[in-house]
Design a protein around this ligand. Sequence first.
Ligand code: GCO
Ligand code: MG
Length: 407
Amino acid sequence: MRIAGADVIVTSPGRNFVTLEITTDDGLTGYGDATLNGRELAVASYLSDHVGPLLIGRDAHRIEDTWQYLHRGAYWRRGPVTMAAIAAVDVALWDLKAQVAGLPLYQLLGGASRTGIRAYGHASGRDLPELLDSIRARQEQGFRSIRVQSGVPGLETIYGISAAPDPAGGPGRENGRHPQPSEETWDTQAYLRHLPTVFEAVRNEFGPELPLLHDVHHRLTPIQAAKLGKALEPYDLFWLEDCTPAENQDGLRLVRQHTTTPLAIGEVFNSVVDYQTLIREQLIDYVRSAVTHAGGITAMRKLFDLAAQYQIKSGIHGPADISPVGMAAGLHLDLAIHNFGIQEFMPHSAETYEVFRHSYTFRDGYLHPGETPGLGVTVDRAAAARFEYRPAYLPVNRLRDGTVHDW
Ligand code: GCO
Ligand code: MG
């Protein structure tokens, strides 16, 4: 089975997605997600200008060799653009191999280690009543584990969520799309004072059993994160996510010394190298990388195997900026690996599902990739062509004095 074509599909059904479509000389089609939120066209160019020409004529079955060829062969290592492009190729090749085998992809990864994939959903509110309603709404949709994000008194936007309402109501703030990055204001002390009161209220309302998660979105220093983790201990979080900008891996030692709140890190990481200290020293509990951003199934499986030696589990990144193709890739891995923890799930819009037809399901809190041979996702190119790319940026964050801060 030789690779005959490698097409890059850029489409925007509600938000921008980049997809690699690999076709073979025997008429099969495989898909890989190459979406890098806010920097989409850089990956599209990396694929069509630099990687695509290398793929034509290659044996589509040689997944490991192709991965190494694109990684080592480029000389330049790692980085989100490179690793998203390699991930797209890798996932498309796994999709093809599983189609040839006539099996859902998870079967090639060792088969199912569980019957369903526990998912968590997002709840957020500008104030407490809105937040409690949002949690109830998620429960009604079937979620049994909930990420809780809250507005902070004195700050206008709920931080770290994809389509925060625009307080200024300005143009271009529709569906989270911005022709220029919008700017948000941040106050660390106000957040640190407020957040424990939110979790106290949520626990009082929903009781001790509901698994609750929280995302700090890289906004704290290690000592601030240590303080927050300690303050949240009475509310028994499932995890505290991205408490610091964790490329300072050593900084996590400080956080760990002070709190038993479980820590999840890594959605912005794209290589096992980013995790070396974190995993070897057991400074985290959950690995958060997305299949899409960290080199695909081949690389993620190795990462999870390393994590497993240290009793660290998976928590694959699954926001709406991962396309259904990337989502499906994560689900096949989730089902197969032994050290699965939890899967983030933000259902996509109806427009997105019009372009990406998928076999995965969500029922009673659990996801399943389905039994369709391959990845179980196809792209309707006619539908994709109807949704033209529009530039979009993630927001930028500033402290009250105007200093740029982590978003
Ligand atoms: C999460 C993430 C997302 C990111 C987004 C950036 O935990 O789901 O933090 O909300 O902000 O994926 O592209
Ligand atoms: Mg996050």
